[in-house]
Design a protein. Structure first.
Length: 363
């Protein structure tokens, strides 16, 4: 079975976890604090050993899973209670469901999968809960189940795999610009002078550390909605940052799609920046444009995200919070009763206003 990395307190032997407030590993029993990378000395050797054993872990486990399911699962042995922990092939940090210990699957970062860096959580669980509560208050059409906060304690901090992509995006546009001039009229017509100019422009746009989601476990639209992440906050990877949180490694089959998506976003950014800079005309008409990206480089990083999930109408609905900045986003369903009530109220208000105007005009 694959090995796990647990962060044992050097003072009392308790299991430590990453403390967002202090940005250190902290023991919840004796309050001992150490740097997040202070207990990493054995990781190099463990990575190699874990990587080898992880590759064969499926053979040591059968359970009630089909062969197809086993191909995407890994089993680990908890060092504290000996329980078998079965996780998805890309899970890199979790908790033992039996004893609650925080564990990091160090073998998941073997063979080139070790992150180039990690942005630690800056938003605590309590802060994330309050952000969610404030957010849901503004969504008054959301069903009552979301406003009850009955699952607020289940809000989950996850280190999500991203490629931070940098390069230079280039855009070239051609078209026509129009400038409205003087106006005049005669007995029959009104005239407008219009000057026409040819548009032929280029722009090079440097793009640094654009986040591109490298997993299909969550929505790229949601992840883009909570950008930006401040890449100046990246720390060298240390497993201690993951203690107490969940984490995923990147999905190898998703890498090309991830990079393609980043390239498309960079091209769109260059085009939008160029066209928005053409503002000296009354109107413009772009007839053609071409974009490309050069000098593309990327680094693999784990970025912090809080997830709140609630099921409604046989579907999972997510609210996500940027674990570094607190920016929140989510798509929530609408309560049908509340929706039709709002329609009725609007109709009554419009009718009342129309009636009042009619009375005023009558007098």
């Amino acid at each position: 079975m694959a090995n796990l990395k647990e962060y044992e307190c050097p003072a009392c032997g308790g299991m430590m976890e990453f403390d967002v407030a202090t940005q250190k590993l902290r023991c919840p029993y004796c309050a001992t604090e150490v740097a997040a990378d202070a207990l990493e000395s054995e990781d190099t050797a463990q990575d190699a050993q874990s990587g080898n054993s992880a590759a064969n872990s499926e053979a040591a486990f059968s359970g009630n899973y089909s062969q197809e399911e086993l191909e995407h699962l890994k089993v680990y042995s908890c060092q504290s209670c000996g329980a078998e922990i079965v996780v998805d092939e890309n899970t890199a940090a979790s908790k033992c469901p039996y004893c609650g210990n925080n564990v990091v699957m160090t073998g998941q970062f073997a063979g080139g999968k070790k992150p180039d860096g990690v942005i630690p959580f800056k938003i605590t669980k309590e802060q994330a809960q309050n952000i969610y509560k404030d957010h849901i208050k503004t969504r008054w059409l959301a069903p009552k189940i979301f406003k009850d906060n009955r699952k607020i304690e289940e809000i989950k901090g996850v280190y999500v795999p991203f490629y931070l992509v940098s390069g230079t995006a280039y855009s070239h546009v051609q078209g026509t610009g129009h400038v409205l001039g003087r106006t005049w009229s005669d007995s029959k017509y009104r005239y407008q002078e219009t000057q026409e100019y040819e548009i032929n422009r280029d722009m090079s746009l440097p793009v640094n550390d654009l986040p591109s989601l490298c997993t299909d476990k969550t929505s790229s639209v949601l992840m883009e909605s909570i950008e930006p992440f401040d890449s100046t906050g990246i720390k060298p990877y240390a497993g201690g940052f993951l203690a107490g949180f969940s984490a995923e490694t990147y999905k190898e089959s998703y890498v090309q799609q991830c990079l393609k998506k980043a390239e498309e976003r960079m091209e769109a950014s260059a085009y939008n920046a160029l066209t928005s800079s053409i503002n000296e005309y009354s109107s413009t008409s772009i007839s053609s444009h071409a974009e490309k990206v050069s000098g593309l480089v990327h680094k693999y990083c784990l970025l912090p995200v809080w997830f709140f999930t609630e099921r409604y109408d046989n579907k999972a609905w997510n609210v996500v919070i940027n674990g570094q900045t607190g920016k929140v986003a989510g798509v929530l369903p609408e309560d049908k009763k509340k929706f039709w009530m709002s329609v009725l109220i609007k109709a009554l208000i419009i009718g009342a206003v129309a009636y009042a105007v009619k009375l005023v005009l009558k007098f």
